[in-house]
Structures are given as C-alpha cells and as structure tokens.
Design a protein around this ligand. Structure first.
Ligand SMILES: Nc1ncnc2c1ncn2[C@@H]1O[C@H](COP(=O)(O)OP(=O)(O)OP(=O)(O)O)[C@@H](O)[C@H]1O
Ligand SMILES: [Mg+2]
Length: 276
C-alpha cells in the first residue's frame, strides 16, 4: 500500500500546492529485471529501479538508449517481455492487470502535447474525466478550471490548441493530466519541442508539481532542472542503467565513463568541470 501522505522530503513549503495532488497519495514504482525487445532489437536489457512515493526521478541518456520504451512499459503502452513493474498496488507487467484502473492513476505528458485540435482548452481537460470518471459537466469544468488556473492558463480556456504557443499547449497537457488526479506522472521530454523562451514556464509548473509531492519520472535533457528538482537521476545507455544516484552526484560527479561522456556532450559548457 502506498503511504497516505506525500513523502516528507517534498519541499517544506509544499502546502500551497498540495491541492495539485489532491487527496490522492503519490504512488511508488518498482521495476525489476525488465526486458523489452522489438523483434531482434533488444532495447531494455534488464532494467531495475525504484521510485518512492513523492520522489522525482529524471531519466537521462543518449537517443535510442530506451528511455521512452521504459516509460511506456510503466503504463503498459508497451508489453514487457520479461521482468516485473508495479505501480502502487497494480502489477503493470501482469497480463491480467486492470489496465483502466491502473492508467487512471498515471498521467503522461509527451513531447508533442497530443491535445485534441478540434476541442477547446477546457474541453481537452474535461473530456476524459467526463467519459472515464463519469463526472458531471459542472464538476469536470470546475476541476479543469482549477487545474488551468494552476498552470496559469485560466484565461485561455476557450481557445483551441492552435491558438496557443507550444509552451502553453504543454501546460494544458499537464493540466489535462492533473484533472484525473493521478498518483504518478510520467514526462517524456516535455520541453524538447518547445521554443527556448517557453521552456522555463513548463519547467516551473513541473517544479511546483514536484514540490507538491507528486511522484514523477521525467525523461529530459534539461540538466539544470534534473540537478535542482530531481531527487535521483538514472543514466541509461544501450538498454542498461549505467549509473543512478542523487542528482548532485550523478550530474555533478559522475563515476562511470559513459555517464561522463554523455554529460560532457549535453551540458552547457559553462556548467562542466573540464579538468581533462
Ligand atoms: N515501436 C517500436 N518498434 C520498433 N522499434 C522501436 C519502437 N520504439 C522504439 N524502438 C527502438 O527502440 C530503441 C529505443 O528507443 P526509445 O525510443 O526507447 O529510445 P529513447 O532513449 O527514448 O531515445 P530518444 O532520446 O531519441 O527519444 C531504438 O532503437 C528504437 O528504434
Ligand atoms: Mg524517447
């Protein structure tokens, strides 16, 4: 069973944002010996990791290392070939898992927003609570407006996605996920498709969510965000976890040569200790 309160290591000033998580206790995730192949291409080669309730873990690694596949296995958008995954008390890797019940507890945010183009911002945020949770229009509208207010977009509720900037669309995607009161949020490169000037607004929302005690797994190349917000960083390479630990350690003082190489390539040069 998950704990009934957010993890105590959330930011001490988390109270004002605690409504983001609502009454839902954050979920933990446990992944053990996970294998996934596409045909003969073995993509995940025995991944084991845990995420405690309320913890923020950033997944980093080169293109093709299996980060998206790992995230997608967590909510069973992909079927693992072997290994176990549990999310709160759902065994995600069990072929008989109640997928609808499990996915109700997991919010996912993608690089490309995936908003419905023909629906307003508000309708994008209410369609799933109305269909899946059978909420009344009034309840769904109220919850959606509260989440849109949280991401600073209440005023734009009547617009269509194509009338918003990329950063605004991504904030809608986050608000939409939050209307389902998830216990775990998965982010797959949420800022990679954004113009640089809108990246900060999205990261600020994610930081608030982290401080409110949400469990988060975040695939990102934003190393400053990872260093400042993640409790732990997991570095993946070619389907393996090469190095994992506190963010300051893995990013600030990586031990493995492959982690060191990767960080040298992605970090802003002004942040790298180039003592070679
Ligand atoms: N649906 C699929 N069918 C076949 N191969 C796939 C599929 N999805 C991913 N792959 C392959 O799996 C490997 C890992 O892909 P994945 O998208 O998980 O990597 P990634 O670490 O997220 O990379 P990126 O940083 O580019 O997003 C790649 O070789 C990719 O081509
Ligand atoms: Mg990816």
């Amino acid at each position: 069973m998950a704990e009934s309160t957010p993890a105590s290591d959330a930011a001490p000033d988390a109270a004002p944002d605690a409504a983001v998580v609502g009454e839902q206790a954050p979920a933990g995730v446990a992944i053990s010996a996970l294998h996934k192949a596409y045909g003969s291409n073995e993509v995940l080669k025995g991944i084991s990791m845990t995420v405690d309730p309320g913890e923020v873990v950033c997944l980093v690694g080169a293109s093709g290392s299996g980060k998206s596949t790992l995230l997608r296995c967590v909510n069973r958008l992909e079927e693992p070939n072997a290994g176990t995954i549990t999310v709160a008390d759902h065994v995600a890797s069990d072929p008989d898992v109640d997928l609808d019940a499990m996915r109700r507890e997991i919010g996912m945010v993608f690089q490309q927003f995936n908003l419905f183009p023909h629906l307003s911002v508000l309708e994008n945020c209410t369609i799933t609570p109305r269909r899946v949770l059978k909420q009344s229009k009034a309840d769904a509208d109220g919850e959606a407006m509260a989440q849109l207010r949280r991401v600073g977009l209440e005023e734009l509720a009547d617009r269509r996605p194509d009338q918003l900037s990329g950063g605004q669309q991504q904030r809608v995607a986050i608000a939409r996920a939050l209307t389902m009161r998830p216990r775990l949020m998965l982010f797959d490169e949420p800022t990679s498709a954004l113009d640089p000037e809108t990246v900060g607004d999205v990261l600020a929302i994610m930081r608030q969510l982290a401080e409110a005690g949400m469990t988060m797994i975040v695939v990102t190349h934003e190393m400053t965000f990872a260093r400042e917000v993640a409790d732990r960083v997991v570095f993946m390479d070619q389907g393996h976890v090469v190095e994992a630990g506190p963010a300051a350690q893995v990013i600030g003082n990586p031990q493995q040569p492959r982690t060191q190489d990767f960080l040298r390539r992605v970090l802003d040069p002004t942040h790298v200790d180039l003592d070679v």
